[in-house]
Design a protein around this ligand. Structure first.
Ligand SMILES: [Zn+2]
Length: 322
């Protein structure tokens, strides 16, 4: 073998070896690529799964958040309601603390400051209570305006405390005794008079002016222009029982609203303090006419007015019979 041939063989062998190793390398790379592709596909699948799990979780969280928001709104509303309730209670407490005035405990004639009066509960200042044998009122009236009799029982009378404006336009405590059936009428009437600032000079029991009998005590009460209701007595100038004796009549501001009789068409009256009030058209204050609030209120409650009587006039007098 020549040297040239030997070289050629060696060259071929080298070429062959190179080709074989290149092929082997290619095979290895292909396998590796395939493995990598497989791996990335797996990873992509895993990512997809993770994404959908996260999305589901996200949806659940969104629902939870919505629920929590609705709950928070409900709670806020409830808190607002409770705060309102709290404020109302506080206001009631404040007003209870501010308005401690108990008209039942105040003596008639007591002047009351306007700011002491709880305008939201005015009806509390127009009270009616039974009179019990031996109690303070009973002791004041027994043997005077009230005596043992067959016409009116103590249990049928009520002692009332009210507020009214006096002639100086101050708020004053008044007292009166009326038939229990009429107490609700009187409560409404006197509250309406008060709300309209209607002036009444004073309201004391007739017993404060007691001079020994019903007629003269009535006269003494008129003399000081006192407003009063119950008195177990006869009618003025007659023998029958007065409606005052049954707690079914009241005389209001008697000076400005006198009892007038007529002889030969001429008016006669018994109290000089009424001289200016025989003429009913003077427009003077406290004169009761058909336009007067007092007249309108008593009329609306079914009372009759003495100013409407025919043969005589008792302008101070309102009554409501059974
Ligand atoms: Zn009368």
């Amino acid at each position: 073998m020549s040297a040239r041939k030997g070289l050629l063989i060696a060259a071929y062998a080298l070429l062959l070896a190179a080709a074989i190793s290149a092929l082997a390398l290619f095979g290895v790379q292909t396998v590796r690529l395939h493995a990598l592709w497989q791996q990335s596909e797996d990873t992509a699948k895993q990512f997809e799964q993770e994404i959908s799990a996260l999305a589901a979780e996200n949806d659940a969280l969104a629902r939870e958040r919505e629920k929590a928001q609705a709950l928070a709104e409900d709670q806020a509303q409830r808190i607002e309601q409770l705060q309102d309730q709290c404020a109302r209670l506080q206001a009631e407490l404040d007003s209870a603390a501010r308005y401690t005035l108990d008209v039942r405990q105040l003596p008639a004639g007591q002047i009351v400051a306007g700011e002491e009066i709880d305008q939201a509960h005015l009806q509390d200042y127009f009270t009616s209570s039974p009179i019990l044998e031996g109690d303070e009122v009973y002791v004041r009236i027994y043997g005077k305006s009230f005596v043992d009799n067959d016409d009116i029982a103590l249990a049928d009378l009520r002692y009332m405390k009210v507020l009214h404006y006096n002639f100086d336009h101050q708020v004053q405590v008044g007292e009166l005794i009326v038939h229990r059936e009429l107490a609700p009428d009187y409560q409404e009437i006197f509250q309406a008079l008060f709300e309209n600032e209607y002036e009444i000079q004073s309201m004391y029991l007739i017993d404060n002016y007691w001079t020994g009998d019903g007629a003269s005590s009535d006269s003494a009460s008129i003399e000081v222009n006192n407003t009063s209701a119950f008195c177990y007595r006869k009618v003025v100038g007659g023998s029958g029982l007065s409606n005052h004796a049954l707690g079914r009549a009241i005389d209001i501001n008697p000076q400005q609203n006198p009892y007038v009789t007529y002889k030969d068409g001429k008016p006669r009256w018994t109290h000089d303090n009424a001289d200016d009030y025989i003429d009913r058209d003077t427009g003077l204050p406290h004169v009761i006419t058909h336009d007067d609030l007092c007249y309108r209120l008593f009329k609306a409650h079914g009372f009759d007015w003495g100013g409407d009587w025919r043969t005589m006039k008792d302008y101070q007098h309102f009554d409501k019979e059974k």
